[in-house]
Design a protein around this ligand. Structure first.
Ligand code: NOJ
Ligand code: NOJ
Length: 455
């Protein structure tokens, strides 16, 4: 592993790390000499995961509640130009918040984690408060509006809007927070402070369920597997939540029942539309259909890692199971395409390929991304969790090794890595990259625990 890393590391980076690198090479040659290569590999991955987790969390927290913004605003990235990501994207913020809900949920099981628990909880309440502000801001598309300045004002410039995955992702993470509060006997906080935001989002999602929307990449307005999948999950989570709150919420119980019924009907409509994306004849999922407008009109392959992201972010209400044949074929086809497309994958490395968004991508010339490569890792960890399989752990780790290879010595992760050199590219310290790493390793930890308990 180390040997390959030095071989594929761009020269100036290597020069910078030369002392480390040569030290590592001598350790490696020693361990090879003694036949310990394999052992060294997995220990190094584990060690990297530990240190990267601390780095990722620190940098993620630095992107939250920036000094010039309101508490709870989440910067997509601190980068202010090339590209300008100095905004709170509703989607990115919701996916980042998954990390802190997970920490809040896990803390009960991990005694001694109290400081982290309350830090996570503070971030969650700030998130609630900031989103309360932006939900009622006068924006061009209301709750479908994709991004806001960190002071809570909507961004009204030209942009791909609406993006109807965003309110669903926010509702989903807020409902996870509500559940965690409920489990801790804090039902009234959940109902009084969080549920009103969820009601707003779900009433929007429910009424817009079949309306064309810009996709998560903000390029294709039409009918998107990702958007439909997360919207469906939000409506079904909402229906369950509404029923569980019967008699507790300020609304009359019958209202909750009516909402649950309506949301289930709308979710079924989403399922009808989703079926069209599952192509038996092509043996794959087609992410985008029925183009209306946008900068990307056609993707010949139909392949897009948005599909994988849809699956890992709707675990609680799966539309397709992790074992689904067409879904698994889709991942294989995607990996094969990216394997051929990017020079950095064209090596003798025994690790998985770096993964991009979709093969036809031209943004920054079309490169692999951290969050999509991490989504592959997380998919396999979660597949393993669903089936208690250790093969999936190994498969996921091959993608994590790929991410390790392109992460720099300080543990930074930007948005992309150059397809030719492997260097980081585009928005620096992208919050979503760190969040994708942290949720992937949380799934990995849980899978490892499940494997130990099983055997
Ligand atoms: C910015 C979007 O965020 C990105 O996803 C897209 O590829 C480019 N604009 C080009 O449309
Ligand atoms: C561009 C990505 O395509 C989009 O998904 C993301 O929300 C923004 N960048 C902000 O990170």
């Amino acid at each position: 592993m180390v040997l390959y890393w030095t071989m594929n590391t761009p020269l100036n980076k290597l020069a910078k790390n030369w002392q480390n690198a040569s030290a590592l090479i001598s350790i490696l040659s020693l361990s090879l000499f003694f036949g310990l290569g394999a052992v060294a590999d997995s220990t190094q991955l584990e060690a990297w995961i530990q240190s990267e987790a601390r780095t990722a969390e620190t940098r993620l927290v630095q992107n939250i509640s920036p000094r010039d913004g309101l508490p709870g605003a989440v910067l997509a990235s601190p980068s202010r130009h090339d590209p300008d990501y100095y905004y709170n994207w509703v989607r990115d913020a919701a996916l980042v918040t998954e990390v802190f809900v997970t920490e809040f949920e896990n803390s009960k099981m991990r005694p001694g984690a109290d400081a982290r628990h309350s830090a996570a909880e503070n971030i969650l309440w700030d998130y609630v408060e900031f989103n309360q502000t932006i939900q009622v801001a006068q924006s061009l598309t209301g709750l479908g509006e994709p991004k806001f300045y960190v002071d809570g004002r909507p961004f009204n410039g030209p942009w791909g809007r609406p993006q109807n995955d965003s309110p669903a992702l926010r509702a989903n993470v807020l409902m996870r927070f509500m559940k965690a509060l409920q489990v801790r006997g804090r039902v009234s906080e959940a109902v009084d402070r969080v549920w009103p935001l969820v009601l707003n989002d779900l009433s929007y999602v429910s009424s817009e369920i079949l309306s064309p929307s810009f996709d998560l990449w903000e390029e294709f307005k039409g009918d998107n597997f990702f958007t439909l999948t997360v919207d469906r999950a939000a409506l079904l989570n909402g229906a369950q939540m509404a029923q569980s709150l019967n008699g507790l919420s300020k609304q009359r119980p019958s209202n909750n029942e009516k909402l649950a019924t309506l949301w289930r009907i709308q979710a079924a409509k989403a399922e009808g539309a989703l079926q069209k994306h599952v192509s038996q004849s092509r043996g794959q999922i087609i992410e985008n259909l029925d183009y209306v407008t946008g900068s990307v009109a056609r993707k010949e392959s139909g392949l897009d890692v948005a599909t994988v992201l849809a699956v890992i972010h709707t675990d609680t209400q799966p539309y397709l199971s992790y074992k689904d044949t067409i879904l698994n074929q889709t991942l294989q086809k995607q990996a094969a395409q990216f394997q051929n497309l990017y020079a950095i994958n064209n090596t003798k490395l025994t690790i998985a390929p770096a993964i991009g968004r979709y093969p036809e991508d031209v943004y920054y010339n079309g490169n692999p991304w951290f969050l999509t490569t991490l989504a592959f890792a997380e998919f396999y960890y979660r597949q393993g969790l669903a089936q208690a399989s250790s093969d999936s752990l190994a498969q996921g780790d091959l993608y994590l090794e790929r991410v390790r290879l392109h992460t720099d010595g300080q543990g930074h992760m930007s948005e992309q890595m150059d397809k030719g050199s492997g260097y980081m590219l585009s928005a620096a310290d992208l919050s979503w990259s760190y969040a994708a790493f942290l949720t992937a390793i949380d799934a990995r930890d849980k899978l490892k625990a499940a494997i130990v308990n099983d055997y």
